[in-house]
Design a protein around this ligand. Structure first.
Ligand SMILES: [Ca+2]
Ligand SMILES: [Ca+2]
Length: 64
């Protein structure tokens, strides 16, 4: 499966912790990622619709 997720600084994704079977682009609308811990505490990334309302983590500003 082709994966083209990037960090917000447009760096290529050099490591990932996708859950088994993810990213699966369900409905061809999953272009954002979430962390969900129902199954695995390490491999727990899932691609999800960007319109989903979820809790968030901070994005730190770039280094000047
Ligand atoms: Ca997608
Ligand atoms: Ca998914």
């Amino acid at each position: 499966m082709s994966v083209d997720f990037k960090y917000s600084l447009t760096l290529s994704l050099f490591y990932s912790y996708w859950a088994p079977g993810e990213p699966n682009d369900t409905g061809k609308e999953e272009d954002c990622a979430e962390v969900y811990t129902e199954h695995d505490t390490v491999k727990n990334w899932n691609d999800k619709s960007c319109s989903a309302k979820l809790n968030w983590i901070c994005e730190r500003g770039g280094v000047n």
